[in-house]
Write a protein that binds this ligand. Structure first.
Ligand code: HEM
Length: 397
């Protein structure tokens, strides 16, 4: 079996489940070469991904969670500053605490009515047309509006920011030279405007609260705020979008399961949403770096080695799931790790679940007879998986 988990071509039609299957069965912790880089260990079994993600003493999130190392001397952020996603406890714990309250289940529930209203507004905008690009016009709208609301920004700005996110997550070779870096620069430029605006006129929003809060008895530096801003915009955008588009595709591919869901949508949506998370696993990987020599599933990992967790592979591991290759919307239990498993587990997961439920309820009750006039085009990325465009025909129900 040819194994290539780097080439965007491997992800051009969804995640490479045939490669994942082979790896889990034959080399669950396998050395993977990296053109222009040091190479890495690819970890594909559920139990091993779980171990790596939870053991931050052995597997560090520094200097980065991307496979490519930061350029020498440039670092991953601004000078000494890092994004929370690339910190280890106890530093990570202190930073996560700053925004944790905004993302608890009760805090997320307070947003539920507003999120449902946004879902209605999004479907209203396409329902008469009978066709749309489901990714841009439906699925992508929700997370970009929600992040704008969280941050106290105009909804239309959320849409622009989310376009930048997509460029940041696309493989550099699939973009014009420098486009990824330009997108990050634009994001920071916009974030600097937010700093000025929220300092002058603080509001009841996360951006204003972040600018007012303290870590180690001091206010956040602008660079620290910008890195938080980038993380929040980045983390919740195309992940949620891809779950929605990929989830609808999965339903269309499994008409029996789709019919089962529709027979009692309100009751069945919860387990169905979890199964769609397992099935699509929008975050392909997170990288860690070994802090010391350590053994993992019989492989000797050396200090400094890169160790990459493949969530989509773990989520189809027969050791963790019965009939993992079957979409089973009633699956129970469903120990998927699409949101990660350790100290960095997805902070936005409660909001994400509310967004997903609101959108799926709205789409599936008001739209039907779905047809794909042409095949969806997938995001050329080895980091985030999902359709980039998905022309869809439908009828209003
Ligand atoms: C279907 C949607 C989503 C998926 C699949 C997803 C998945 C993930 C994953 C896999 C991680 C890393 C976990 C780890 O390293 O163990 C993560 C982290 C994170 N996610 Fe999500 N996410 C989603 C939506 C969101 C949303 C809507 C937000 C915010 C509004 C969000 C905010 C974050 C943040 C802030 C982190 C970093 C947490 C930390 O470093 O402590 N995510 N997410």
């Amino acid at each position: 079996m040819k194994i290539d988990l780097l080439s965007p071509a491997s992800f051009a039609a969804g995640q490479p489940h045939d490669q994942y299957r082979w790896l889990r069965e034959h080399e669950p912790v396998r050395w993977h070469d990296e053109p222009g880089g040091r190479g890495f260990w690819a970890v594909t079994r559920h139990a091993d991904v779980w171990t790596v993600d939870r053991d931050f003493q052995a597997f560090s999130s520094e200097p980065t969670i991307m496979i490519t190392d930061p350029l020498e001397g440039v670092g991953q952020g601004f000078g000494p500053y890092k994004m929370m996603l690339m910190m280890d406890p106890p530093e990570h714990t202190a930073f996560r605490k700053l925004i944790r309250q905004e993302f608890t289940l009760p805090a997320a529930r307070l947003r539920e009515d507003r999120i449902k209203a946004l879902a209605k507004q999004i479907v209203d905008a396409v329902i008469e047309k009978g066709e749309c690009d489901f990714v841009a016009e439906v699925a992508g709208e929700m997370p970009s509006f929600v992040i704008a609301e969280l941050m106290g920004l105009p909804l239309a700005d959320g849409r622009e920011l989310y376009k930048l996110t997509e460029a940041i997550h696309t493989a550099p070779e699939a973009l014009p030279p420098g486009a990824g870096a330009a997108a990050v620069a634009k994001m920071f430029e916009y974030g600097s405007g937010v700093i000025a605006e929220k300092r002058a006129r603080p509001g009841d929003d996360l951006a204003s609260r972040l600018l007012a809060c303290e870590v180690d008895g001091r206010k956040l530096e602008d660079a620290e705020f910008l890195l938080f801003f980038l993380l929040l915009v980045d983390a919740g955008g195309d992940t949620t979008r891809n779950l929605l588009s990929g989830g609808l595709l999965a339903l269309m591919d499994h008409p029996g399961q789709f019919a089962w869901l529709m027979a009692d949508l309100p009751e069945r949506l919860g387990p169905a949403r979890e199964e769609l998370l397992r099935w699509t696993s929008p975050v392909i990987y997170m990288r860690r770096t070994a802090r010391h020599d350590v053994e993992l599933a019989g492989q000797q990992i050396r200090e400094g080695d890169k160790v990459v967790m493949y969530f989509g592979a773990a989520n189809r591991d027969p050791a963790a799931f019965e009939r993992p290759e079957a979409l089973d919307l009633a699956r129970e239990p469903n120990p998927h790790i699409a949101f990660g498993a350790g100290a960095h587990n997805c902070l936005g997961q409660h909001i994400a679940r509310i967004e997903i439920d609101a959108m799926l309820s709205e789409v599936l009750t008001r739209m039907g007879d779905f047809e794909l006039p042409s095949p969806p085009e997938w995001l050329p990325s080895n980091f985030i998986s999902g359709p980039k465009t998905m022309p869809l025909k439908f009828k209003a129900r």
